[in-house]
Write a protein that binds this ligand. Sequence first.
Ligand SMILES: [Zn+2]
Ligand SMILES: [Zn+2]
Length: 109
Amino acid sequence: MNCPWCDTTAGPRALQAHLCERHGDRVGTGTRDGRTFYATTCPQCGARHEQTVRKGTGDPEFLVEFGTEIRMVAFDRLIHHLIAEHDQVADRHAADEQNKVDDRREMER
Ligand SMILES: [Zn+2]
Ligand SMILES: [Zn+2]
């Protein structure tokens, strides 16, 4: 998979960690009608994914305390979106498999 914000390539899990580490500021949070929500916007198509956080509503400490958790969930959602909507390859072994195929071809020669 490719990071939508930079040229990092990684499997879904590694990409999720990368997104949290490098692009955590891409997850927006806020409150509406007394409920806390977080949102991600797909940089490729502008699709917005918003999800209400059930626990910690109205607690200003919540976003600080659970910021990492929220980002993990938000980016997980974005990764699924990238796979489903933008034909990103989810299999982290895809590149390795391709190399194996090449190796086999080498042996057949
Ligand atoms: Zn990146
Ligand atoms: Zn998209």
